[in-house]
Design a protein around this ligand. Structure first.
Ligand SMILES: [Zn+2]
Length: 85
């Protein structure tokens, strides 16, 4: 019983991970370098400077950590909604 639940949960996580990876690929982040990252957050009304460490760690990133986290949270919620249909 517990095994079934574990398996189902693991499968769901895999699907979710795949969906997020697909999303990142579609967003065109694959193959980017730190030079493609924004120096300032591109979110509306934010303009936070993005540290060079973050730009190097997340090539092609456009948002500061706060805005990125917010947007990832929203993506996860919509991915979850899609799977729970
Ligand atoms: Zn921001």
């Amino acid at each position: 019983m517990t095994d079934d639940i574990d398996r189902a949960r693991k499968r769901e996580e895999e699907l979710l991970g795949d969906a997020l990876r697909d999303q990142a690929r579609r967003a065109g982040l694959a193959g980017k370098t730190a030079a493609d990252s924004a120096e300032y957050c591109q979110a509306d009304g934010c303009d936070e400077p993005i540290s060079s460490a973050r730009r190097a760690a997340y090539p092609g990133c456009k948002y500061c950590i706060d805005c990125q986290r917010r947007s990832e949270h929203q993506q996860q919620q919509s991915a979850r909604r899609a799977f729970n249909r």
